[in-house]
Design a protein around this ligand. Sequence first.
Ligand SMILES: [Cu+2]
Length: 125
Amino acid sequence: MQPGRRNLCALILFAAAAALLIDVPAAAHAVLLESSPALKSAVSGPDVPVKLRFNVRIDALRSRLTLIRPDGSTQALEISKQTPADTLSAEATGLAAGAYRLRWQVLASDGHITRGEIPFTVTAS
Ligand SMILES: [Cu+2]
């Protein structure tokens, strides 16, 4: 093997290794750390403040909060703007007593989307 070619191989290997290293921080998907309402909790209605905190900053503009009502109908919740970068806040209003699910889908700063559901119960106040 010519010396020049050998250097090229080393360079390619180095570049591949560097690319792998650069990829590592991209593993920071959004993970839900805490929520209000909490998972499987009972809260009093009819107005329920919603707050979800994640492990990384998220893109609120490309994230979704959807409320699934006891009858299965869905309602998109408007995400409020003035919250910390790792938190999504919204206000669910006029909720009758029953079993609900809060479906979340968030875009993390690494470009990956994660989603989940938080079942909770609204009790009459
Ligand atoms: Cu990721």
